[in-house]
Design a protein around this ligand. Structure first.
Ligand SMILES: [Zn+2]
Length: 155
């Protein structure tokens, strides 16, 4: 199946599902593709939205639904709880010499990647959109498995 964004001569936009591109061409030629709003058969493929948002005119990227959380019935098995404790400890150790940069993580990571500032080990927090943008720019970042308390919240 293939989906096309279509628009009629009155500017109504709608989606059309076809078996193939040839299928669309054939159905359209026989006047079988019509606007669900006004019935017009003068239908064209609608121009696609630009894939790369321009700076200063950034369109909101579509945010997928959050992934489902895997669950198990009953209390957490002790060996899993113990392994998680060790993992949390490992994360803490790994971040000991890392600088917390909070919400400026994406900005600072990007600046380092493009050589606009000196490289250092940092960690912070990023929104889903920021993380996605970094990933799309090919900037290596990894989500931390455990939440990190900002230093000023530590006692
Ligand atoms: Zn229409």
């Amino acid at each position: 199946m293939i989906v096309f964004d279509l628009s009629c001569d009155s500017g109504h936009r709608f989606e059309g599902w076809f078996g193939s591109s040839e299928d669309y061409t054939g159905q359209r030629a026989r006047g079988l593709v019509s606007c669900p709003q006004c019935g017009s058969a003068a239908v064209e493929k609608a121009p696609m939205a630009p894939a790369v948002p321009r700076k200063g005119n950034r369109q909101q990227a579509p945010v997928p639904m959050p992934a489902k959380q895997p669950m198990a019935r009953g209390p957490m098995p002790p060996e899993v709880a113990e392994a998680l404790g060790k993992l949390a400890e490992a994360q803490t150790n790994a971040l000991r010499d890392s600088k917390w940069v909070g919400d400026s993580f994406a900005e600072q990571t990007r600046a380092m990647h493009y050589g606009e500032r000196d490289s250092e080990t940092i960690h912070g927090q990023a929104s889903f959109e920021e993380a996605k943008a970094l990933f799309e720019e090919g900037i290596p970042v990894a989500p931390l498995p455990f939440p990190v308390a900002p230093p000023d919240e530590l006692n």
